[in-house]
Design a protein around this ligand. Structure first.
Ligand code: NDP
Length: 339
């Protein structure tokens, strides 16, 4: 059983490939007697920014640190090989928390695990569009924002796993949508594939607040926050009166020892902006409702999804590290074995 082992905690520096190591172990492909769980063969494994947080030594966080010397854990798509849980049977396809390894024992009493009922879509989508990032986009956009047709929406890290979905939801609703991303290729995707009204490369802008003013001369109604830092500061001065901000993530801060200072918080008061943070883990009960909405969109070709699928566990450390330099184009995941 090939596994990617977490070596040691990473502090305020970017993670490196050498923080993880490939190892081969052995494993019985049966659920031990008396254990409620399933043994699975992993098919696709997901690389997500929150995993960086789990590489820290954490106390009192909403997630736990990875265990040193144990396989990295994360979302994935898998096939059940043996079941010790009446809710799952051999051959079932599932998505949820699994390990960065070829085979895993998943304890179903403690981990989120969903049976995959719809297989007429790419299975890898269950790490992205139909998995955790999809519900994140759905909750952040529809439940936190309460958006209205015609509103002006800005999304940072817009071509990524979550951002590309939020942008397409916003377009389907009839909003004016602008996204930022870190390369020309990503900006082109936003405009030509996902149908954003405008997009810009934030790395090429001298003053982000000036760039935002260019696309939102009358201000931003709703901002979907994925990055934080200087982008957040620039957004704050460009918010419209009674605008809303959904705080999804602050990826620009994850490798820092201390978060950057935000200078324009006064704008929240002056412009009566409502800002709300949310965690997708509070909303998994909305999954069936989310599927009912999104599956028809996929089948009617109204939503598309770009994935960056790395091959094999060997490529997992580079894929995870690459999220923090913007190497991924679309949702980063990987196949658990070489194809
Ligand atoms: P992405 O697929 O968007 O990958 C990360 C992207 O972030 C990179 O490709 C890069 O894109 C951008 N990025 C990396 N470093 C920086 C930086 N220093 N400054 C600006 N941009 C940077 O990730 P996801 O869509 O999976 O996640 C997006 C955000 O949503 C993250 O902050 C994540 O933590 C958060 N999240 C929150 C959840 C919740 O429950 N609240 C659940 C899921 C995700 P580029 O080339 O454009 O710079």
């Amino acid at each position: 059983n090939k596994q990617i082992i977490f070596k040691d905690y990473v502090g305020g520096v970017p993670p490196k490939e050498s923080d993880m190591v490939l190892q081969t172990g052995t494993m019985t492909l049966k659920v031990p007697q008396g254990v409620k769980g399933v043994v699975v063969k992993n098919l696709y494994l997901s690389c997500d920014p929150y995993m960086r947080t789990r590489m820290r030594k954490l106390q009192g966080s909403y997630v736990e640190s990875f265990t040193r010397g144990s396989p990295i854990v994360g979302f994935g798509v898998a096939k059940v090989l043996h079941s010790g849980d009446p809710n799952f049977k051999e051959g079932d396809l599932v998505w949820g928390m699994t390990g960065w390894e070829e085979y895993s024992l998943i304890i179903t009493t403690t981990e989120t695990l969903f049976k995959i009922e719809h297989t007429d879509v790419p299975l890898s989508y269950y790490t992205g569009l139909l998995g955790m990032p999809g519900i994140t986009a759905y909750v952040g956009f529809y439940e936190i924002y309460d958006p209205k047709k015609g509103e002006k929406v800005f999304i940072s890290a817009a071509s990524g796993a979550v951002g590309q979905i939020v942008g397409q939801f916003a377009k389907l609703l009839g909003c004016y949508v602008v996204g930022s991303a870190g390369t020309k290729e990503k900006v082109d995707l936003l405009k030509n594939k996902f149908g954003f009204d405008e997009a810009f490369n934030y790395k090429e802008e001298k003053y982000l607040s000036v760039a935002l003013k260019r696309y939102f001369p009358d201000g931003i109604d709703v901002y979907f926050e994925n990055v934080g830092g200087v982008m957040l500061d620039a957004v704050l001065v460009n918010m419209r009166l009674r605008g809303r901000i959904a705080f999804c993530g602050l990826i620009s801060q994850y490798n820092r020892e201390k978060p950057e200072g935000i200078h324009n918080l006064n704008c929240l008061i002056a412009k009566r902006v409502r800002a709300e943070g949310f965690l997708v883990l509070d909303y998994y009960h909305r999954y069936p409702k989310f599927l009912d909405m999104v599956l028809p969109y996929i089948k009617q070709g109204k939503i598309s999804y770009v994935e960056d699928i790395a091959e094999g566990l060997e490529s997992a450390p580079a894929a995870l590290v690459g999220l923090f330099s913007g190497r991924n184009v679309g949702k980063q995941n990987l196949t658990a074995t070489m194809v």
